[in-house]
Design a protein around this ligand. Structure first.
Ligand SMILES: Nc1ncnc2c1ncn2[C@@H]1O[C@H](COP(=O)(O)OP(=O)(O)OP(=O)(O)O)[C@@H](O)[C@H]1O
Length: 237
């Protein structure tokens, strides 16, 4: 279990998270949704070790992650796909994957590459191409493959579908479901809430840096007014 407890976080002196707690169980998808500026990316960056906490804890199976640097968080088994499917454009797809695999023992790299190419066989024919020549969906595949290369126990994805076509989004959603079915705990940040709620079991709604709802995704699917009122409250701030 990956646990975020009472996270308080300031950015540029302003409090942006005010005591956020959430749990990401292994083998399930947990959705984190909320209006623009609610604090979703800040939560992701805190989990990744990229932003220091003011207070609170982040624990992986009882071990504190919250004072670790991003490389140590990754080595502990928590991989993050940042927003915006950014790749190293001038490097080939193969080298993008190799860079992500650089923390692995050299002998393990070929098998790790094979494993992620089995998840995204469409990248096989693109391996020699510069990553900047890929479509947005293919770049997102590279980013997810980079996150998967060290076989993480938890995967945090900031905006899976942003800017991508419905066909690609369906493909990526299927992959995320497969990854969770193999035992990985997934935290999915997603603007397209109907997608997030369709594939997750649990959902948290962030509203202005606070958790406004934490429960079964089915409850939010059946009671969309919970989500609507949270988005309206954010718009009214
Ligand atoms: N680099 C930054 N420096 C200072 N404040 C920031 C920075 N980035 C975001 N913020 C502020 O932090 C708060 C939370 O933003 P955050 O990006 O975490 O929200 P979000 O829910 O991910 O929104 P979005 O969907 O727009 O990315 C907002 O008030 C935002 O203005």
């Amino acid at each position: 279990m990956l646990q975020v407890q009472d996270l308080v976080l300031h950015r540029s002196g302003k409090a942006v998270l005010h005591g956020v707690s959430l749990e990401i169980p292994a083998g399930q998808i947990t959705a984190l949704v909320g209006a623009n500026g609610a604090g979703k990316s800040s939560t992701v960056m805190a989990i990744a070790g990229a932003l220091p906490l003011t207070s609170g804890r982040i624990e992986l199976s009882g071990h504190a992650l919250h004072r670790m640097r991003p490389e140590a968080v990754r080595a502990a088994g928590v991989a993050v796909v940042p927003e915006g499917h950014k790749v190293l454009g001038d490097l080939s797809v193969r080298d993008n994957l190799r860079v992500a695999a650089s923390a692995l023992p050299a002998a393990e790299v070929p098998a790790a590459l094979q494993r992620v190419l089995a998840v995204f066989p469409e990248l096989e024919v693109k391996l020699a191409q510069p990553a900047k020549s890929l479509s947005g969906g293919q770049k997102q595949m590279v980013c997810i493959a980079q996150a998967l290369i060290a076989a993480p126990r938890y995967l945090v994805i900031d905006e899976l579908s942003l800017g991508l076509s419905p066909m690609i989004v369906k493909r990526l959603a299927d992959v995320v479901q497969q990854i969770a079915a193999q035992g990985v705990g997934v935290l999915l940040i997603e603007q397209f809430t109907s997608l997030a709620l369709a594939i997750s079991t649990q959902a948290c709604v962030l509203e202005r840096g606070r958790i406004a709802f934490n429960g079964a995704s089915g409850t939010l699917r059946e009671r969309p007014e919970i989500l609507h009122s949270s988005y309206l409250a954010s718009a009214a701030q």
